[in-house]
Design a protein around this ligand. Sequence first.
Ligand code: MG
Length: 421
Amino acid sequence: MSGDSPAEFGAPWPARDALRITRVRAVVTAPEGVPLVVVRIDTSEPGLHGLGCATFTQRFHAVAAAVDRHVGPLLVGRHPADIEDITRMVHFSSYWRGGPVMNNALSGVDQALWDIAGKRAGMPVYELLGGRVRAAADSYLHAGGATMEETIEQAAAILDAGYRHVRLQVGAPGLGHYGAPGGAGGHPGSPYPDGWDVWRYLRDTPKLFAYARRELGEEPGLMHDVHSRLTPKQAVALARELEPYRLFFLEDPIAPEFYDRLPEVRAAAPMPIAAGEQLSSVTDAARLVREGGVDLLRLHVSSVGGLTPARKLVALCELSGVGTAWHAPADVSPVGAAANVALDVTTPAFQIQEGHVYGEAVHEVFPGTIAPRNGYLYPNDEPGWGIELNEAEAVRHPPVTHLHERWAARVRRPDGGIEAP
Ligand code: MG
């Protein structure tokens, strides 16, 4: 079909050498049960290839199809060094811009091109970005038990392992709270016995932090993720109740649908507000910074279009006095985690990095995966991201369509009404 010929989308200017992109494809693997989407770009130079993270756990089939069928054919025949032009071309090519599926596909492509750039230069990506302003990224892990005692037990183990910061969530009857378990039928007599009760959540959360300060002391940095389930007024009430416990940040107090009201929540909250991980539009993320919605910008770099737009947002944060705290638990591949760390160690705006300790199976699929040392994430010093994809291992962990596609559809209140997940 002539419309798919590389010549039609070929370089708009003569390249300075013969290097070309020859193949672009998505690989989906789930070594920890979470479907990870990775883009691999091959070039005309034997062995020279790049990897990027395009992980969108809930819609991985759609992202893989976007990479293989829509975005990849635009790139074949292009020189891999034209990163800015290629990312702009992909962004505009669908006419209707972005959205999470297309921007995840773009993130994978963009990060893979940066990987290739680093390999060509013989430099880690953090050096291409101007070099480090710190040795490593300080990170935090999650503690989320069914009870306050369980949560604090988990938190103490994390702190014992060398971390200085920990996110605390506690369970609740029924569905549980986000990041912490519940118990089936927690609201008997209700239309939806597995529901989540906002009023119980608002009562329990300050108790959790009072208990945490008693048990863990003054020193640890403590975070909490509301996961966008509150109204702006409820968010302000919770933030004020949590004031005595000096949170490092309060995350996603309200849903992205109401981000125009985030500045008022932030203004009334005594602790830093962190938000933005659900945005896939660089424009929306920039608006959050410019309009005073956040103290700490959170991005899912693998959803916002990759390193290229993320570094522009980093510059905006630096110039606006806003910090960064990128999203990265188990639903970011080790390639995306390496991109996070490259940004973390190269910007003065960096505050903290969400961490995840990848299991052995992930290290086998992705040799070079960054492992924390005393809670610090050190960038890999190999050229590019310094991470490889062992495809023979990857196919041993096929993705399955299950909870990850559907969990949010279960998030309802005891009366049956659906809730922001
Ligand atoms: Mg979160």
